[in-house]
Design a protein around this ligand. Structure first.
Ligand code: GAP
Length: 437
């Protein structure tokens, strides 16, 4: 049933333009995906909401948009060049590489049955060269997490704003990892977007309280995007499995259709990163507390989110098949209206009646000034409704012959399928109210 759901989501994503396999016309590139017209809208809506909730709504937060390319010294100092590695075995026959801890049978290759080499360490970061001449260029890396730009810029943010500790910096951006274990659609990909926060606190602050406060604030975001609390599980990572610098980490797991796995995470990273960058850069990264006249290196609580995993969880949670009458079924994405790619669709009852299409076009053009609305005049009304249900459009608006007389339209609600007559002059306000925008 659950794998079936995954297949249905993958198929819907391709068919309706949420997610396409990457580089498909060239036979594809494993573990890469492109977001189609609807996927791009949904992803942007998730990011906008995240930014509003975590950055703009909070006085103790500031935003940042750091580079994908950073000085390699940053990755040296943060420990990534040394530690961001996976132990992999290579099949002697087909030369595919695997993580031995992820193999069901570590004695032979699952692809061809060949035997394995000894495990070797492989860097999880993508390398690139800065400079026109390859052998004289600088060896650089595509960032495997957005967090490090925040640490590198933390002092500049302090100096250019009125922020005082405790405060945080939030950032959304691409991250790249040379993942070996792949699969499960957009769950684990080579290129993805992270939304991360580094929240700076005094070394003697009650870090556990801040950690707990952030955890509950994160669940507020889950509510906002319509993910159900009962589908979450806080996986407290035991000390022996945590990064050596972390005093507490929780993997915020979610019941995906293929099983429970990490969706987001929160970690207490101590002053590990700032101390490492202070040492390696030679710059003083201490904070001066005006009130106590103390200088210290702040400690950090880090909530981190994967945008694609969030999008996958949202689709899985919203996907429903309903029997409506006499065995007739519909697929409906019960997305929160604020996330829906299109807020409404506008139809003329018949495509070949000019007075209907002219009126419907007028309404469409007016709504489009404020809302992302869709135009459709193909097929019959029933088919148009189903096509919109499947992509989560909250409202469908039909202009019929009566509209020309009574200056009203039929508005059909995606979830209840109920229809209401609404005056054209009141339509925009009606939709905005219903959409809570
Ligand atoms: N700065 C901390 C950090 O990067 P992480 O747990 O390695 O922590 C954070 O990554 C989040 O990024 C994960 O919870 C997940 O949502 C997302 N993520 C990590 N690797 C991913 C991948 N290969 N594909 C898609 N999302 C990924």
């Amino acid at each position: 049933m659950t794998n079936d759901l995954m297949e249905k989501i993958v198929s819907l994503c391709k068919r309706r333009g949420f997610v396409y396999p990457g580089s498909e016309i060239y036979g594809g590139l494993a573990s890469t995906y492109d977001f189609g017209p609807l996927g791009a809208e949904l992803k942007n809506n998730i990011k906008k909401l995240w930014w509003k909730y975590f950055v703009q709504d909070r006085e103790d937060m500031a935003g940042l948009d750091g580079g994908i390319l950073l000085s390699p010294k940053i990755w040296e100092a943060s420990g990534h060049i040394k530690n961001f590695k996976d132990a992999l075995v290579e099949c002697k026959k087909c030369h595919l590489r695997f993580r031995p801890d992820k193999l069901k049978d570590a004695s032979k290759c699952p692809e061809c049955g060949g035997s394995f080499t000894e495990a070797q360490l492989f860097l999880g970061m993508f390398k690139t060269i800065i400079g026109a001449v390859e052998k004289e260029g600088i060896q650089a890396y595509l960032r495997p997490e957005t967090a490090q730009a925040i640490f590198a810029d933390y002092k500049s943010v302090l100096d250019s704003t009125n922020k005082k500790i405790p405060f945080g910096i939030g950032q959304i951006g691409k991250a790249f990892r040379n993942e070996i274990t792949t699969g499960q659609f957009i769950f684990r990909t080579l290129e993805f977007e992270q939304a991360e926060i580094e929240y700076f606190i005094a070394p003697d602050a009650d870090w556990n309280k801040t950690f707990e406060n952030w955890l509950s604030y994160i669940y507020g975001f889950a509510d906002l995007i319509g993910l159900k609390r009962q589908d979450f599980f806080d996986h407290e990572i035991p000390a022996e499995e945590r990064a050596f610098y972390s005093k507490r980490t929780i993997d915020i797991e979610y019941e995906f259709p293929f099983g429970r796995d990490e969706l987001w995470a929160i970690a207490y990273r101590t002053d590990y990163d700032l101390a490492a960058h202070q040492k390696a850069s030679g710059r003083n990264l201490e904070y001066f507390d005006e009130a106590t006249k103390q200088r210290f290196l702040p400690h950090v609580i880090e909530p981190t989110f994967g945008i694609e995993r969030t999008l996958l969880a949202i689709l899985a949670g919203a996907y429903q098949e309903e029997e409506i009458k006499d065995g007739e079924k519909r697929v409906v994405l019960k997305l929160k209206p604020i996330l829906a790619p299109y807020k409404a669709a506008v139809f003329p009852l018949l495509a070949n009646k000019e007075d209907l299409t002219t009126k419907a076009r007028e309404i469409y053009t007016e709504l489009k000034k404020d809302l992302n609305v869709y135009w459709d005049d193909r097929g019959n009304i029933g088919k148009r409704y189903f096509a919109q249900d499947e992509i989560g459009t909250p409202f469908c608006i039909t202009v019929d012959f009566e509209s020309l007389e009574d200056k009203a339209v039929t508005v059909r609600d995606r979830d209840s399928m109920k229809q209401e007559r609404v005056k054209i002059g009141e339509l925009k306000e009606y939709l905005k109210e219903k959409l809570k925008m």
